[in-house]
Design a protein around this ligand. Structure first.
Ligand code: FAD
Length: 379
């Protein structure tokens, strides 16, 4: 997509929003271990949620690049916990409903997600089933007008604040992939319980929770698409999640390079700025080169996505490359800060700890390599 003045204006507005409503409070949110519920409403009021949702459901119907830009910018500013939160709503859940939901489901959920009245999460992972999603045990058994849901999920982003849980469950517990379906579960339903917010080595302000379902009656009109097709819907929608993760990776790299550039020009050792040492110059130059390559790759994939041509294998290659590169760069840039890089008050330390999970969620990078290898070599 060509970046035009409208896109730039939207980006500037969002940068102003981050400066005003996020920057002054982010450290406090990290200490509390949670972004506040109100930020969702503020994001919604200002038009920064689910921007690609068509106008008839309350959105702008903006190109996907606008939505991706918001997660990139949030990560670039160093607010990765918030980027994950926004991504969960706008990049993960909303496309499922837009692409697979019934008219009734779209009319009910999407406008509320755009305004921030509804916070959403997608719940696939269980304690004993992460990479091997076909092994999930949460069940949703059809009884006339409703599905009876029992089971539990873990590591769910936006889980604590979630009003809507897009739940991946077995409607046929005997089958593997063909027994999987997706339900839109209202978190207010009796029997839905939220566990603790999980303590993590990074993403300290990100709401990551366990969810429990005890004899929950989910109306059968909240089945997403058709029963038994859940696994193929996941395969269809996971590229968008991986594209969003890749955009966050790009944002983080650009943000960390900028921070480091400033630091090495100010900090002195042996009578000169760190930026005068060849090692510093090469490390930063190398980071810049890799970020540029990453940017070209991610833009290409975003364009392919907008033309409905992004394949599972292409985006797997992108997610693996860009998040590996991100972690590598963060380690090298942090090193240039010396001991200060290890101190929480220096934002580079946050870029570093927040990066690590990028190689894990959205499908681990080993699974990404499996996908790429399968295309290269067959099964
Ligand atoms: C902060 C955070 C947020 C998350 N948010 C969400 C969310 O919102 N919703 C959600 O559903 N899940 C979420 N997850 C879960 C995440 O997607 C899983 O952790 C991830 O898919 C890996 O699953 P696992 O943890 O069970 O690891 P496992 O599947 O047990 O994998 C362990 C190791 O084995 C390797 N491995 C597994 N299978 C293979 C194979 N076939 N070949 C080679 N290596 C293999 C993996 O690559 C990994 O290195 C989140 C996780 C974290 C940490």
């Amino acid at each position: 997509m060509q970046i035009d003045s409208e896109f730039e204006l939207f980006r500037d507005n969002f940068r102003r929003f981050l400066n005003e409503y996020v920057a002054p409070y982010y450290e406090q949110w990290e200490e509390q271990g949670l972004i506040p519920r109100e930020i969702w409403n503020r994001l919604g009021e200002n038009g920064f949620l689910c921007v690609d949702v068509p106008e008839q459901y309350g959105g702008y119907g903006a190109p996907v690049h606008y939505s991706l830009m918001l997660v990139q910018e949030t990560a670039q500013a160093g607010f990765t916990s918030l980027a994950v939160a926004i991504g969960g709503q706008s990049e993960l859940v909303s496309p499922y409903i837009q692409n697979i939901g019934s008219e009734q489901q779209k009319n009910f959920w999407l406008p509320k997600m755009v305004t921030g009245e509804v916070v959403s999460a997608i719940a696939m992972t269980e304690a004993n089933a992460g990479s091997d999603l076909q092994a999930i045990r949460t069940q949703a058994i059809l009884h006339n007008q409703y599905y009876l849901v029992d089971g539990s999920k873990t590591f769910i982003s936006n889980g604590h604040h979630a009003d809507l849980i897009v739940l991946v469950a077995k409607t046929d517990p005997q089958a593997r992939a063909k027994g999987i379906s997706i339900l839109l579960v209202d978190a207010q339903l009796e029997g839905v319980k939220k566990g603790r917010c999980l303590k993590k080595i990074g993403l300290h302000a990100q709401d990551t929770a366990e969810l429990f379902f005890d004899q929950v009656h989910v109306p059968n009109n909240q089945l997403l698409g058709e029963a038994g097709k859940g696994f193929s819907y996941l395969m269809q929608e996971l590229p968008r999640e991986r594209l969003s993760i890749s955009m966050m990776a790009l944002g983080s790299m650009l943000g960390a390079i900028e921070l480091t550039k400033t630091y090495v020009q100010e900090r002195k050792a042996f009578g000169q700025a760190l930026s005068q040492f060849q090692n510093t110059r090469f490390v930063l130059a190398q980071a810049q080169i890799k970020a540029k390559a990453a940017q070209a790759f991610v833009q290409q994939c975003a364009d392919l996505y907008s033309q409905e041509q992004l394949t599972v294998s292409e985006v797997a290659a992108l997610k693996c490359f860009i998040t590996d590169t991100q972690c590598e760069i963060m380690d090298q840039l942090l090193q240039l800060f010396g001991g200060y890089g290890y101190m929480q008050e220096y934002p580079i330390s946050r870029f570093f700890v927040d990066a690590r999970v990028q190689k894990i969620y959205g499908g681990t990078n080993e699974i990404m390599k499996e996908i790429v290898a399968r295309e290269l070599l067959g099964k």
